[in-house]
Design a protein around this ligand. Structure first.
Ligand SMILES: Cc1ncc(COP(=O)(O)O)c(C=O)c1O
Length: 349
């Protein structure tokens, strides 16, 4: 049976070019990275820092670890941080900011990742008031996963930056899908990252590496982040064997390939829209398509029927199904998915 796995871009496997590079590596390309001696990791960190336009970068095990070391490095226990209410850090990182960082979390609503600045201002604590915790950090997510891969555009990022400057906050960017935003906007990635003090982006999503994420920022920030990574058990030894995938992933050709995923996602969302059913297809900026059911039906019934037809997808709430395009998904897969989704939705709606 044909299987089209649209659950996440994390299911991707490495490209042939990545395997070729790994096979060509010898032991001379490896060393103990905790001692700073792995040449491949060092090269990846330098390449990432250059690309993102920051002084330094750090290879971390996952996006979750990258976000956490970023928060720990820029706050103190007892500080309050501002997170978007549907952000991955708030919803899906096991409350690590509170549990490990001792941070108070305040959430803000948004329109596809963009906050109301008036509302955001109302959340800022009075630093002179001894009863209140200090607000010290604002986070944004770009692209925004639960808002359907929405791109937070450059003018909104600039306003967020101005807001953090005005209120003496640090600004962290969860850019798990940062390059989807850059490719979607057709701008150099630095146009996005220049606004943030710290940036996390994932190698293991649309860039299709098997493991790893990068954190980038000032040298001072990265030296703190390196200590926190160690504290969290993320100091790896001959890590070049996994970092090597990232060297290929950060080549322009591989980054620009994300445009194919965006094109496929557009075809998928248009195809589902054309079914003219009682559903809302959310705007599709990048590689994520969110379909919201406008009738009360058991969503798990639909997910199960889709799975049986070979279309794998997740529901992200009781009403919303998420489809994610990625490396390995082609236009035939998309056509097949539209056909099967149509057959199943027509039966239940
Ligand atoms: C927006 C966002 N941030 C962070 C993460 C965490 O990445 P990881 O799964 O590598 O821990 C994810 C993972 O899906 C994500 O979507």
């Amino acid at each position: 049976m044909k299987i089209v796995d649209l659950r996440s871009d994390t299911v991707t496997k490495p490209s042939p070019e990545m395997w070729e590079y790994i096979k060509s590596m010898g032991n001379s390309r490896l060393g103990d990275d905790v001692m700073g001696e792995d040449p491949t990791v060092n090269e990846l960190e330098e390449k990432a820092a250059r690309l993102i336009g920051k002084e330094a970068a750090l290879f971390v095990t996952s996006g979750t670890q990258g976000n956490l070391v970023s928060l720990l490095s820029q706050t103190k226990p007892g500080d309050e941080i501002l997170l978007e209410e549907l952000s991955h850090i708030f919803l899906n990182e096991v409350g690590s900011a509170a549990r490990i960082g001792g941070l108070m979390i305040r959430t803000y609503p948004s329109v596809r990742g963009v906050p109301s600045f008036e509302y955001l201002q109302s959340l800022i604590r009075d630093r002179e008031e001894i009863h209140e915790p200090p607000s010290t950090l604002l986070c944004t997510e770009n692209t925004h996963n639960y808002h359907g891969g929405a791109i937070v555009e450059l003018d909104a990022l600039k306003k967020m930056r101005d807001f953090t400057n005005k209120n003496d906050l640090k600004f962290h960017l969860d850019g798990a899908r940062l390059f989807n935003a850059a490719v979607g906007l057709n701008v150099p990635v630095t146009e996005i990252t220049k606004h943030a003090n710290s940036v996390m982006f994932c190698l293991s999503k649309g860039l299709s590496c098997p493991v790893g994420s990068m954190v980038a920022g000032s040298k001072e920030f990265i030296s703190k982040a390196r200590r926190f990574r160690k504290m969290l058990g993320g100091g790896m030894r001959q890590a070049g064997i996994i970092a090597a995938f990232g060297l290929i992933a950060l080549e322009p050709k591989w980054i620009n390939r994300l445009a194919d995923d965006h094109k496929n996602a557009k075809i998928l969302s248009q195809g589902i829209e054309n079914l003219k059913l009682r559903i809302k297809v959310h705007p599709t900026d990048t590689n994520i398509v969110i379909v919201e059911l406008l009738e009360k039906v058991r969503i798990l019934k639909i997910i199960t029927a889709l799975n049986k037809a070979g279309i794998l997808a997740f529901n992200i709430s009781k009403e919303k199904i998420r489809f994610v395009t990625h490396y390995g998904i082609n236009t035939d897969d998309i056509d097949y998915s539209i056909e099967q989704i149509g057959l199943i939705l027509k039966k239940v709606l």
